[in-house]
Design a protein around this ligand. Structure first.
Ligand code: ACO
Length: 430
């Protein structure tokens, strides 16, 4: 007999079917609860609420497991390329050689953005944060491709929108940086792969030859793979919710970029570097900051330590730590004072009983911040890098939601405001 739960309410029994996922996670199906009882459930922050069924990403925070479409993140980070992972997330299977060649070829074909995009940059005040520019320009793609807003896209049109977004995002992201720096904008190089082309657009100048460091390209490939999806986090849920109103892919992803911009979500890697710089400016005494982090009367926390979901270790952090070491070695930065502080903090926290008891380990943001800093990416751009990595996940989740014809997302509430009262004219108000 199928498993179910029984809810007794006012002496009446309600049966709630139990839904089981392929990894045996279980949920009570409350889809008919309001009709049957007049009650809704209340779950602030959705900590216990599954908003959807999804076949894209599995994560188990207790065991430190992260898999895309069943493939362990460790294997993908070691053996795959970012575009192959993007294909896997979006279409559900690893591509054949021919499929990958076609997919990469299509993306390469669409890397240029409309020349009018350049004019939009001029309208932003110079203090505009790169994430504001990125989200605006991604939404602006709807103006260049008006058919993209149709709620009834053919599979071919949907495919073209996806390809365009994957192809143009690195160009737009790199131009955001170049524009902020006042540097000339670089056009994409279609003879380079996805990561190499992005680095070229970010760091090359028309005046000199750009030397590509393969260790850096490989580290970027890994970083983007590790960030490519993380199931129903805040920005991904935003993309799905906006998309559930039949909003376009570009509009939905633009909303996701704004969610990611929040310091509680994508902003942590920036805060890691700011913390390391603050420790350096203070004289570099890490034990002082470890003690501050342990002091209950001090709000200071070690940024880049701990995770809401991963309670034993962050599987992404293990992989990226190795890449961070390689990058620093390759760039001759292994003796940088900031890195020394990072290593001391890491060692102190891993051996300190306070952090051991609370299972506080360095998370992926701890090391990604260090890599971005070593590459010379300004801290304001760190979240843009995160967005570049998360793009295939957002696309895959938006597509899945559309293909499953999910209903418009519309949470309920428990109203706590005033009861009905009569309007009072302004001259009669106290
Ligand atoms: N430094 C010092 N103490 C910490 C830290 C930290 N970074 N993180 C948690 N603790 C302590 C808390 O004070 C608490 O101690 P107590 O039990 O004595 O009261 C205990 O550990 C549990 O902390 P919670 O806040 O309940 O843990 P939660 O799971 O809610 O928070 C979070 C997770 C938000 C990530 C937290 O660890 C934190 O603030 N870390 C620093 C910010 C950070 O790196 N965020 C990035 C996360 S990764 C990502 O988003 C991609």
């Amino acid at each position: 007999m199928a498993e179910s739960a029984e809810l007794i309410l006012d002496g009446k029994s309600i049966t709630l079917p139990v839904i089981e996922g392929t990894e045996h996670e279980k949920a009570f199906d409350i889809g008919k609860l309001r009709d049957q009882t007049g009650y809704v459930t209340l779950d602030s922050g959705y900590k216990n609420t599954g908003a959807t069924k999804s076949a894209i990403t599995f994560l188990d925070g207790e065991e430190g497991i992260l898999r895309y479409r069943g493939y362990p993140i460790e294997q993908l980070a070691e053996k795959s390329s970012f575009l192959e992972v993007a294909y896997l997330l979006i279409y559900g299977a690893l591509p054949t050689e021919a499929e990958l060649a076609h997919f990469s070829g299509q993306i390469t074909k669409h890397t240029l953005v409309h020349e009018d995009m350049r004019k939009i940059f001029d309208g932003f005040p110079s203090a505009t944060h790169p994430m504001a520019i990125l989200s605006s320009l991604i939404c602006a793609l709807t103006g260049f491709y008006p058919q993209s807003v149709s709620p009834d896209l053919s599979p071919e049109e949907m495919e073209l929108n996806i390809i365009r977004l994957l192809a143009k995002m690195p160009t737009i992201a790199a131009w955001t940086y170049k524009n902020n720096m006042g540097h000339p904008l670089n056009y994409p190089r279609n003879d380079m792969d996805y990561c190499a082309n992005f680095l070229y657009m970010m760091f090359s100048f028309p005046t000199e030859k750009y030397e590509m460091n393969p260790v850096v390209v490989s580290a970027l490939n890994k970083l983007l793979i590790l960030h490519a999806d993380h199931e129903q986090n805040c920005s991904t849920s935003t993309v799905r919710l906006v998309g559930s109103a039949n909003a376009s892919l570009y509009g939905s992803v633009s909303a996701g970029i704004n969610a990611l911009w929040g310091p509680l979500h994508g902003g942590a890697n920036q805060e890691v570097i700011e913390m390391l710089e603050a420790i350096e400016a203070d004289g570099g005494d890490t034990s002082k900051f470890i003690n501050k982090a342990k002091d209950k009367n001090d709000p200071f926390r070690l940024m880049g330590f701990g995770h809401r979901v991963y309670k034993n270790f962050d599987p992404r952090a293990k992989i990226i730590k190795v890449a961070a070491d390689e990058v620093l070695q390759a760039l001759g930065m292994q003796d940088s004072p900031l890195l020394k502080i990072a290593q001391e903090l890491e060692q102190a926290a891993l051996t300190d009983q306070y952090f051991i008891d609370r299972k506080l380990y360095p998370n992926v943001d701890f090391y990604s911040g260090i890599i971005y800093k070593a590459l010379g990416i300004p801290t304001e751009m760190f979240t843009v890098m995160f967005a570049l990595g998360r793009l295939p996940g957002w696309i895959a989740q938006w597509k899945e939601m559309r293909e499953n014809k999910e209903p418009i997302g519309r949470p309920r509430q428990i109203y706590t405001g005033e009861l009905e009262r009569d309007y009072v004219g302004i001259d009669a108000r106290a």
